[in-house]
Write a protein that binds this ligand. Structure first.
Ligand SMILES: Cc1ncc(COP(=O)(O)O)c(C=O)c1O
Length: 407
């Protein structure tokens, strides 16, 4: 079953392809409206969202409490720049710090900016506090990482496609195999400022590290006076059933990068949160962003914090996630080689010789479920946490159908 594209959609796709830079390869669906776990295309056809904007839509499309907060703030003030104070920033930062059990908040916009900010802070901390000689700080990262698209971040990517033709690259990074704490230990030197890690690697295919790995990283950081920086941009904010994916191992980071769902799927909101003595190395003029911490972002971020405070979304992810994994595991041996993940988040590794991730995604789309492949052979399943069990079952039935029958 191949996707038939309605005429109105085909015209708009043509327009996109003519005028927007070809840095993505989207499915041929043109979304015009969305609510909760559902989107509607320009021809009025409804689709179940099994991707949730790569976890930016953890609370579903247009969650009423988030839209209300945005609308209320749109009627007051949206931007001041950080040249002036406004009445939302301090409240947002305090509420986010209280939710996350951290001391300070550095608000930014995109996820990549949050990661960049954390890297700069870690380097400055290394020079000013740890005593690393100027311009020699090292940061250890994991192989197969994904932390964004800036020049510095792709400098330590191990994905050729993300790096090719974008050099020269920023030095000061060492990549070691994800999940291998001994390799991290061997890479630590007196100049190591930080270990940057995704507690679950999303883009790599929803890869959960071996039990104890994250705890061991924490120990290595403590012993060697190194910062643990957890990139929870995709894994955090209830996606895995807890506020942070690190919580599954009872581990605390020194800095966390947050993004995606922090903006409630409404606007880009990111932040670095963490230890006051670490973020405290930044002084006026050393770092910033025109839009970071703007009133609209803060008002929406505060509403996101209120939703997370209830624990409802964490609980939904845990309960629905258990159901999802049980159902997906039944497909192992029937077109599925392996299922990975945690909470309402799964990487479905398609069996070699069967359908590719792209073909499966297109076939799912034709059956009214939107999902997307990562790494060619993995279907990334990350529905909004507001999805019902019946809807989840429907999506899994469609996966089963598609991998059983191909197109
Ligand atoms: C773990 C992680 N870090 C950083 C980013 C970059 O976020 P953004 O696309 O908002 O720059 C992503 C995006 O997928 C991510 O998954």
């Amino acid at each position: 079953m191949t996707a038939t594209v309605p005429a109105a959609a085909a015209e708009l796709i043509e327009l996109d392809e003519r005028w927007s830079t070809h840095n993505y390869h989207p499915l041929p669906v043109v979304i015009a409206e969305a609510e909760g776990a559902w989107v509607t295309d320009v021809a009025g056809r409804r689709y179940l969202d099994f991707l949730a904007g790569y976890s930016a839509l953890n609370f579903g499309h247009r969650h009423p409490a988030l839209v209300a907060a945005a609308v209320e703030q749109l009627g007051r003030v949206t931007l001041t720049s950080r040249a002036f104070h406004h009445d939302q920033l301090g409240l947002f930062c305090r509420e986010l710090a209280e939710l996350t059990g951290t001391d300070l908040v550095l608000p930014m916009n995109s996820g990549a900016e949050a990661v960049e900010s954390a890297l700069k802070v870690a380097r400055k901390w290394a020079y000013q506090v740890k005593g690393v000689p100027q311009d020699t700080a090292e940061i250890i990262v994991a192989g197969s990482n994904f932390h964004g698209r800036t020049t510095t971040i792709v400098s330590f990517s191990t994905d050729d496609l993300a790096r090719a033709d974008f050099g020269p690259f920023t030095p000061g990074f060492t990549a070691v195999k994800y999940g291998d704490a001994q390799a991290v230990e061997a890479a630590i030197t007196e100049r190591t400022a930080a270990i940057l890690v995704e507690p679950v690697q999303g883009e790599a295919g929803v890869v959960v590290p071996p039990a104890g790995y994250l705890r061991e990283l924490r120990r290595l950081c403590d012993v060697n006076d190194v910062l643990l920086v957890a990139d929870e941009i995709q894994s955090g904010l209830a996606r895995t059933g807890t506020l942070f994916a690190l919580d599954h191992e009872g581990v605390r980071a020194d800095l966390y990068t947050l993004g995606k769902a922090l903006g409630g799927g409404i606007l880009p909101v990111s932040a670095v949160v963490g230890r006051g003595d670490v973020l405290g190395v930044l002084k006026p003029g050393e770092h910033g962003s025109t839009f970071g911490g703007n009133p609209l972002a803060c008002a929406v971020g505060r509403a996101v914090v209120r939703l997370l405070r209830t624990g409802e979304f964490q609980d939904r992810s845990t309960a629905l996630g258990a159901h999802l994994h049980e159902r997906l595991n039944d497909l192992v041996g029937h077109g599925v080689a392996e299922v990975r993940g945690r909470g309402l988040w799964a990487g479905v590794e398609l069996a070699p010789g069967g359908v590719t991730g792209r073909v499966a995604s297109e076939a799912m789309m034709a059956r009214g479920v939107l999902c997307k492949e990562t790494q060619d052979t993995t279907l990334r399943v990350a529905p909004p946490l507001v999805i019902t069990e019946a809807e989840l079952d429907h999506g899994v039935d469609v996966i089963a159908e598609v991998i059983g029958t191909g197109r």
